[in-house]
Design a protein around this ligand. Structure first.
Ligand code: DAK
Length: 258
């Protein structure tokens, strides 16, 4: 575990746990958090011993948004010149599955970070929202696009134009959240889920992630072709032979990520 860092990094088995650690600011995402998070994600993505990543927040929040105090006095040209927050785009280039474990607030950039992950699990009292409209701005880290794809135009419009918070139960009903757990169990359950995923063959897991994410980008026809190519390619892996042999031999498969 890295101590005293703005993002804590801990490895448990084949799972990396990244914890946003600015509890005094409800884990507001400043540039330093963005840089550290992206650096750690890339590092773990390159590590052959890591097969799943969990992102969570310390104390009362996942992240209460981008750091308003850091942005408040920037000019439009400074925002454009710095390409402020461009680094978060890198999250979608990570090949290892990423689970967002949301407890407490996931607002603005925090909600957008969760949606940029591959799946979101939440504690029962988690609160989501895109409240940017109340600050005289709009979502800028994917909220208008990812929320719309996840929950549909009408619901996304209502949430973004009113800026109201919504509960974990509502987020689950809308398809933004995959599973809800009691608050006290959230992290253990997220790590359990990550360990299950990390226990499967890495090639199959990464291919499945890529195919599901591709569904958001391309037509059904193109997506089905893409899926078929990846499916065929998995027959070149040892893990496919092992997985199917284990089934026939009525034993648990021992995947070697090869
Ligand atoms: N930024 C900075 N500080 C924050 C913060 C934030 N987003 N959220 C909370 N804090 C700080 C508070 O200022 C307070 O600090 P002190 O006053 O004690 O120094 C501390 O965290 C505790 O917060 P509260 O005292 O307010 O705690 P409460 O429990 O009373 O309220 C709350 C919790 C979550 C309801 C409240 O803190 C709140 O409304 N926070 C702001 C939520 C918000 O509006 N989030 C959206 C931020 S805008 C971009 C892409 C994306 C974005 C920007 C640019 N580009 C591509 C350029 C994203 C924008 C956003 O996310």
């Amino acid at each position: 575990m890295t101590e005293n860092s703005i993002v804590l990094s801990e490895v448990k088995g084949r799972v990396a746990l990244l914890t946003i650690n600015r509890p005094e600011a409800l884990n507001a995402l400043n540039i330093a958090v963005q840089k550290k998070m992206v650096e750690l994600l890339k590092q773990h993505d390159q590590d052959s011993n890591i097969s799943c990543i969990v992102i969570t927040g310390s104390a009362k929040a996942f992240a209460a948004g981008a750091d308003i105090k850091e942005m408040a006095n920037k000019s439009a040209s400074e925002m454009a010149e710095l390409d402020f927050f461009a680094g978060w785009r890198e999250v979608s280039t990570i090949r290892t599955p990423i689970i967002a474990a949301v407890s407490g607030y996931a607002l603005g950039g925090g909600c957008e970070l969760a949606m940029a992950c591959d799946l979101v699990v939440a504690g029962e009292s988690a609160k989501f929202g895109q409240p940017e409209i109340k600050l005289g701005i709009m979502p800028g880290m994917g909220g208008s696009q990812r929320l719309t794809k996840l929950v549909g135009r009408s619901k996304a419009m209502e949430l973004i134009l009113t800026g109201r918070n919504f509960t974990a139960a509502e987020a689950e009903a809308m398809g933004l959240v995959a599973r809800i757990f009691p608050d006290a169990e959230l992290l253990d359950k997220a790590m359990e889920l990550a360990s299950t995923i990390a226990g499967y063959g890495k090639h199959a897991v990464r291919a499945a992630k890529e195919a599901v994410n591709r569904a958001e980008e391309v037509s059904l026809h193109e997506g089905l072709l893409f899926e078929r190519r990846l499916f065929h390619a998995l027959f070149a892996t040892h893990d496919q032979k092992e997985g199917m042999a284990a089934f026939s031999e009525k034993r648990t498969a021992k995947f070697t990520n090869s």
